[in-house]
Design a protein around this ligand. Structure first.
Ligand code: IPE
Ligand code: IPE
Ligand code: MG
Length: 265
C-alpha cells in the first residue's frame, strides 16, 4: 500500500478512502467483470466502440492501482465465449483495442512489475492477438508483482469442460478424483481463489465467469459504468469488502463462544 500512498495526493478523496483501509485485510485476488461500455457510449450518443476505447483507460488505471496496493492477482473479464455473438465489427474493434493495449502498456507493466497471464480458450483468438499476448506474457514473465490475468474467449463452463477433458485424458481413476484434482485442472490453477469479485454497471449476474472459483468470493456490484471506473471506485469496493464477515459456512469463533455462554447461563 505504501506505493499507493506515494502516488496519491494527501487529503484527496482517494487518499482518505485509502487511509480507511486495513492493509492487513486486502484481498489476495480480485476479479472484475468490466461491464457497461456500451451504455456509457449510448449515454453520449457515441458508437459502442467508443465505450470500449474509453474502457481501456479504466483498465490502465485499475491495473496500476492494484499493483500499487500490493494485490497479488487481478483477473479481468475482457471477452467471453458468448461475446462472439456480437456484430463482427464490434468483435474486431475489441481485439484491435486489446492489441493496442498490449502494445502501448508494456512499458507501464514493466514499470509496475506486473506479470501478464491469460485464461480462456486462447487458441481460439485471432492469431495476431495470440502473438501479441504471448509476446507480453514472455517479456513480463520474470516480474514479481501483480499478476494481471486477462480472461479472453473465456467462460466458466468451457473452463470446466476443458478441465474434465484433461482429467479424463490423464487417466486418473474416478475414485481418486477430488476437489484438488479439479482445481489443478482449471485455467486458474496457479492463482489463489478470488476473494472479491466486482461487477460494474449494476448488473446482478455472473455471466459465466469463474463459476467454480467464486464459491466463497465476496461479490460487490458497483453502479459505475466501466469507462468511469477508477481507483476511487476500487477503493470503495475494497472498503465494502472489508465490512463483510466471511464465514465460509462456519461461525465466527468468538461470537459463537459468547452465545453458548449466554445460552448456558
Ligand atoms: C463490457 O461492456 C465489455 C465487454 C463485454 C467486452 P459491454 O459492451 O457489455 O457494455 P454494455 O453492457 O452493453 O453497456
Ligand atoms: C460479461 O459482460 C462479459 C465481459 C465483461 C467480458 P456481458 O455484457 O457480455 O454480459 P451479459 O450479456 O450482460 O450477461
Ligand atoms: Mg454488458
Amino acid at each position: 500500500m505504501t506505493e499507493l500512498f506515494a502516488a496519491l495526493k494527501p487529503g484527496s478523496e482517494e487518499w482518505l478512502l485509502a487511509t480507511s483501509l486495513d492493509p492487513a485485510r486486502l484481498p489476495r485476488h480480485i476479479a472484475v467483470i468490466m461491464d457497461g461500455n456500451g451504455r456509457w457510449a449510448k449515454e453520449r450518443r457515441l458508437p459502442r466502440i467508443a465505450g470500449h476505447k474509453s474502457g481501456v483507460d479504466s483498465v490502465r488505471n485499475i491495473v496500476e492501482s492494484a499493483a500499487r496496493l500490493g494485490i497479488e492477482a487481478l483477473t479481468l473479464y475482457a471477452f467471453s465465449t458468448e461475446n462472439w455473438k456480437r456484430p463482427s465489427l464490434e468483435v474486431e474493434a475489441l481485439f484491435r483495442l486489446l492489441r493496442l493495449y498490449l502494445h502501448s502498456e508494456l512499458a507501464t507493466l514493466m514499470k509496475n512489475n506486473v506479470r501478464l497471464g491469460a485464461i480462456g480458450r486462447i487458441s481460439g483468438l485471432p492469431s495476431g492477438v495470440q502473438k501479441e499476448l504471448q509476446h507480453v506474457i514472455d517479456l513480463t514473465a520474470s516480474n514479481t508483482g501483480l499478476r494481471l490475468n486477462l480472461a479472453l474467449n473465456y467462460s466458466g463452463r468451457t473452463e470446466l469442460v476443458d478441465a474434465v477433458k484433461s482429467i479424463v485424458a490423464s487417466g486418473i481413476p474416478p475414485a481418486q478424483i477430488n476437489e484438488d484434482t479439479i482445481e489443478r485442472a482449471l485455467y486458474t490453477s496457479a492463482l489463489p481463489e478470488p476473494d472479491l469479485l466486482i461487477r460494474t454497471s449494476g448488473e446482478m449476474r455472473i455471466s459465466n465467469f469463474l463459476l467454480w472459483q467464486i464459491a466463497y468470493t465476496e461479490l460487490v456490484v458497483s453502479p459505475t459504468l466501466w469507462p468511469d471506473f477508477r481507483c476511487r471506485h476500487l477503493l470503495e469496493a475494497l472498503l465494502e469488502f472489508q465490512r463483510r464477515e466471511r464465514r465460509f459456512g462456519g461461525v465466527e469463533a468468538a461470537k459463537e463462544e459468547a452465545q453458548v455462554d449466554l445460552a448456558l447461563r
